[in-house]
Design a protein around this ligand. Structure first.
Ligand code: NAD
Length: 291
């Protein structure tokens, strides 16, 4: 099956990145979000990021302009009748995602395929609420999407080979590399990465080190490009907590229990960079550790 028109649900940090790379690769892209201002903000962010790529000589000004022209806003899911492929990149909450798929399916054309960008939730379970589990797949982009090379591909129990191969070809056209993961909680990257981040939060919670000490230790001691707490802020603490909950419940092992300090930050609405406060405070000129 040929994909030409892509609809993206959720225009947050992942949704805007996915729209960016799809438009740059020549696909027509439609963005939808429950919050209209998120779509407006996404247009601005995409334009800024494309300009940065053009300034660095990675793309031409003409490529930037045509990519921007390929992106439109969809005020409701009704517009999704025109898409060949819907990519869901809404908040990491199973209830929200299930409802989106229930609302979306009657609007889609018969052959349209669906992907979820979920970081952790079972693809088989999400597919089961749709009318097309054979044309449903996990397509897990990394943040920031325009810069990160990897995309995880996750087949649900019913995903057909044609769906898999079509989406694999799309990943290639985006200039990215795919790694296949079986459909188990948090797949490969987050199964390994999130317990490390959670452990960093425990290290902070137990007073082993300050935010600065923990991040410096891992940056310089393990040669990680970002410290784990800085990375947690970058991912979003709500997303980190949801992934840990999925691991904890899905694998029924106490080693995945989310750190109470992570829970407290999320309860405070300190979700990291996207809300300007998390393990660091981003409201000033330079990020300042919050403990
Ligand atoms: P985000 O909070 O930046 O954006 C989520 C967006 O979804 C928000 O704009 C919100 O308004 C919107 N939304 C919520 N309910 C909706 C609905 N019913 N219909 C339409 N839009 C709705 O979060 P994000 O970081 O972009 O994460 C989105 C998805 O991508 C999650 O599943 C997350 O696990 C996954 N993901 C995140 C990262 C990361 O590093 N942040 C990496 C890979 C995958």
């Amino acid at each position: 099956m040929e994909i030409q028109r892509i609809g993206i649900i959720g225009a947050g940090q992942m949704g805007n990145g996915i729209a960016h790379v799809c438009a740059l690769a020549g696909y027509d892209v439609m963005m939808h979000d429950v919050k209209r201002d998120k779509v407006d903000a996404a247009f601005e962010i995409i334009s800024m990021n494309l300009s940065r790529q053009a300034a660095r000589g990675k793309i031409s000004d003409a490529e930037k302009d045509s990519a921007m022209k390929r992106i439109t806003a969809a005020s409701s899911l009704d517009d999704f009748s025109k898409v060949d492929f819907a990519i869901e990149a809404a908040t990491e909450d199973e209830k929200i995602k299930r409802q989106i798929f229930i609302d979306l399916c009657p609007k889609l054309s018969k052959n349209a395929m669906i992907a979820s960008n979920t970081s952790s939730i079972s693809i088989t379970r999400l597919a089961s609420v749709t009318d097309r589990p054979e044309r449903f797949i996990g397509l897990h982009f990394m943040n920031p999407v325009p810069l990160m090379q990897l995309v995880e591909l996750i087949r649900g129990i019913a995903t057909e080979e044609e769906t898999f191969h079509t989406v694999q070809a799309l990943v290639k056209r985006l200039g990215k590399i795919s790694a296949n993961s079986e459909d188990f909680p948090a797949f490969i990257v987050n199964r390994i990465l999130l317990p490390m981040i959670n452990e960093a939060v425990y290290t902070l919670y137990e007073g082993v080190g300050t935010v600065d000490a923990i991040d410096t230790a891992m940056r310089l001691g393990a040669n990680h490009p970002m410290g784990p707490l800085q990375l947690a802020d970058f991912i979003g603490l709500d997303t980190c907590l949801s992934v840990m909950q999925v691991l904890y419940e899905g694998l029924a092992d106490s080693k995945y229990r989310p750190c109470p300090l992570m829970v407290k930050y999320v309860e405070a609405g300190w979700l990291g960079q996207k809300t300007k406060r998390g393990f660091y405070d981003y409201r000033g000129e330079k990020p300042v550790p919050t403990r």
